[in-house]
Design a protein around this ligand. Sequence first.
Ligand code: CMX
Length: 434
Amino acid sequence: MDPLKQKFQKKSASVKKQIKKILAEHKDKKVSEVSLRQVFGGARGVITMFWETSLLDAQSGIRFMGYSIPQLRKKLPTGNGDEPLPEGLFWLMMSGSIPTDEEVKWLSKEWRRRSEIPEQTFKILNQFPTDTHPMTQFVTAIASMSTGSVFVKRYAEGMGKADYWDAAYEDSMNLIAKLPRIAAYIYRRSFHNGDHIAPSPRLDWAANFAHMLGVSKKKDFKTLMRLYMTIHADHEGGNASAHTMHLINSTLSDSYLSFAGAMGSLAGPLHGLANQEAIKWIFEMLEHLGTTKPTNEQIAQYVHDTIAAGKVIPGYGHAVLRKPDPRFTAQKGFAERNIKNDDIVNVVWQILEVVPPILKGLGKVKNPWPNVDAHSGALLVHYGLKEYSFYTVLFGVSRAMGVLAASCWSRALGAPLERPKSVNLKWVKGFVKK
Ligand code: CMX
């Protein structure tokens, strides 16, 4: 058994035992009461799911296995730069402990070993017109690889429940290993005439991804990809992509089909596609104003016009967070350390001054602060990755680590089929009468 699988088996067995004990004593204690407002309002705040890999606090933001993003930047092994290797985060989410340099090196090597793409996936991708949205290509490519699912094969052979986690682990590792190559292939066929770049056998997972995208030879771009892949990985279980993954996977549908569904959720503009929408909105504003150096007053007017047109300001607001997103702050920190005098980055920082007071003034927006999607585009544009319809794919490659780690946890803990209750108007009227 490989070293990470061993650690996961031990850790998940211990968590399972603790949950059993807690449930034996407290299973009828209420964790949530649901109001009609929540039934009609997207189930905000209703606790219905167990998600071990990360927990979101409305004020302080995301913690992965208890560690905040600033703590991860200090504690996780880094690559050839000052940002953490995403391999380290995946190890942490599976084992609960910070890995050593050696353990992270092992995982980089293991993902390289598993990274070969089935031939049919390239063939299927090549059927798409090159102007097909990259997320449509990404979802299809992921689903096409389910033919290699270890879970499906072993289930057909009669695998018992106790082994589900082992098969889910194999599928998760295989899928994460393959995603950078798939994503880079989509990028190069869509925007660089199919001029593909072969993977490098020497690089870590995120640096190899940066290398295959081929937009910048700068060392900083590889460093940015390590940070980007780390901070987008997980945001507890209730966000739309994670929740979709959890729901589909609860039917014992394989990791590939479950993750393809999750990416369908990520592709909506209120969720992951907001990273495309945020930079598109900035470019449209600059074109409208005829300058790359707008004043705060000009930006404020454009914000008011956007809201008056019945649209949202992409990259701002959140369903849970009530403070600036630490993932935004981490990207701002990267820009402050590595990027000097970039017009688009400066505009992102001006928007940070202008937008929150305007959103606060509307009186209905619960969180006027920037989220993860407000900054990422400016960093990518700086390094030459300007084709913003691709940005949600980058988010998706990273998100795979969190939701697939969580799916291993679900199988190890014996999570059942998910099946909440819905009601109709007749039921609601009867309920209100009572
Ligand atoms: N610009 C303008 N209006 C906004 C807004 C924004 N950025 N954020 C919220 N609002 C509005 C809502 O549209 C809603 O208006 P109505 O009552 O007229 O429908 C009102 O304020 C209340 O919304 P809320 O309770 O504060 O926020 P929700 O939990 O309903 O929605 C979110 C959260 C993220 C969908 C919303 O803030 C939004 O649309 N933001 C812009 C899109 C975005 O950046 N999404 C990415 C989120 C992060 C991610 O998942 O990747």
